[in-house]
Design a protein. Structure first.
Length: 371
């Protein structure tokens, strides 16, 4: 990219396609066909909450659920879709990727609940989920499930932190990186933060062979709750924070990490970035480790980052935009929002392209590809 553009419009992106096209400042082009890979997501509409796969301009299949979903994972070896409940939910759904039927509805072990994220081992045998150990006064842990035994829970690993949220398998195939939010909650108190003065957010690396945490990287400030992350092919970790103090904080919210080093704030010096709500939702890196996207639904912004220079490249205003995932087949990031839109973000292009629009659909916070 020869120069950077700051593309924040004066008003939020409207949900009606006609309004989008008419507003040139918003830099959104008309829908140009359904050129994107099928997406996996939770959503809600007038009928309630659902999980499923969206392809082209409609659900390929979906299933109703009783609660809000959060993140999902495509188990490629088994051709199964995994859907995780939003905190403090206890439900995990396993769906057949070929026909959309629910194979298993798993409940967390007694005394535990999910934080909404999970990933599988390199060989596909085990599922790892971030969980809250309620009986241990809210200690964080990683649930281990045997995928070959109908996802039976076979134990928990201590992640040595409160409020583990997102996690991912590192390229070495034997290490988990875990975003430790530091926020203590208990179901009996709802989503109330019980330790506002004693947060300890960090990135933790857990060795799967020894089941021990082998590296801890503290957040630069005790109120910078680290929540969502992604890993580049060469092992760099990009993590987004949600500030838990007085807002706005004027603190950096996106950090890069390399093993053995401290967290390094992504540079926004050339494009002044001013948050009011200090909340990063999804984090997504492309398949070459060159570009990354973070969504900021409470500030109605989407940011594109240059991973080589560690700097902010572009910003768009997109109302309630939370989901973001890289679609390698079409060399684009796919974004979703609470207004039923799916949008394409291509690094180097000034405009976003609308891929699909579903009246009355409210996409949840995260997207996964079924590829």
């Amino acid at each position: 990219m020869q120069r950077r553009h700051f593309l924040i419009a004066s008003s939020a992106l409207l949900c009606a396609p006609a309004a989008i096209i008419a507003s040139r400042e918003l830099r959104v082009t008309e829908k140009q066909g359904s050129d994107f890979s099928p997406i996996i997501s939770a959503a809600s509409d007038s009928s309630g909450n659902r999980i499923g796969v969206w392809q082209a301009d409609s659900w390929q299949y979906s299933q109703p659920i009783q609660h809000r979903g959060h993140d999902s994972f495509f188990h490629r070896q088994r051709q199964e879709l995994l859907f995780f409940s939003r905190r403090p939910g206890r439900e995990l759904y396993v769906v057949d990727a070929r026909n959309g039927s629910v194979l298993h509805a798993i409940q967390s072990e007694d005394g535990y609940h999910y934080y909404g994220h999970g990933c599988v081992s390199a060989d596909g045998r085990y599922l790892y989920t971030t969980e809250n150990n309620i009986h241990d006064d809210g200690a964080g842990c990683i649930g281990v499930y045997d995928c070959e035994q109908n996802y039976r829970c076979i134990g928990h690993m201590d992640c040595e932190g409160i409020g583990p949220h997102d996690l991912a398998l590192m390229p070495d195939g034997d290490t988990l990186v875990i975003a430790i939010g530091g926020i203590k909650t208990l179901p009996s108190r709802g989503r109330t933060t019980l330790n506002p003065e004693n947060l300890a957010p960090a990135l933790h690396y857990l060795d799967l062979s020894s089941q021990r945490v082998i590296e801890k990287v503290p957040a630069p400030h005790f109120q910078l709750s680290l929540r969502h992350l992604d890993v580049s092919p060469d092992g760099r970790v990009l993590v987004g924070a949600q500030f838990q103090g007085k807002l706005p904080s004027d603190k950096p919210l996106v950090y890069l990490h390399r093993r053995g080093q401290a967290l390094s704030a992504m540079n926004t010096a050339e494009l002044a970035l001013h948050f009011q709500r200090d909340y990063i939702a999804s984090v997504s890196i492309d398949d070459h480790g060159e570009w990354a996207v973070t969504s900021c639904p409470r500030d109605n912004m989407v940011c594109l980052w240059n991973m080589q220079s560690q700097s902010l490249a572009q910003v768009w205003t997109v109302r309630d935009c939370a989901g973001a995932v890289y679609d390698a087949a079409y060399q684009q990031f796919i974004l979703s929002n609470g207004d039923g839109q799916l949008l394409a973000l291509v690094p180097g292009k000034r405009t976003l392209t609308q891929l699909a629009y579903s009246v009355g659909t409210h996409w949840d916070n995260h997207l996964t590809l079924r590829v």
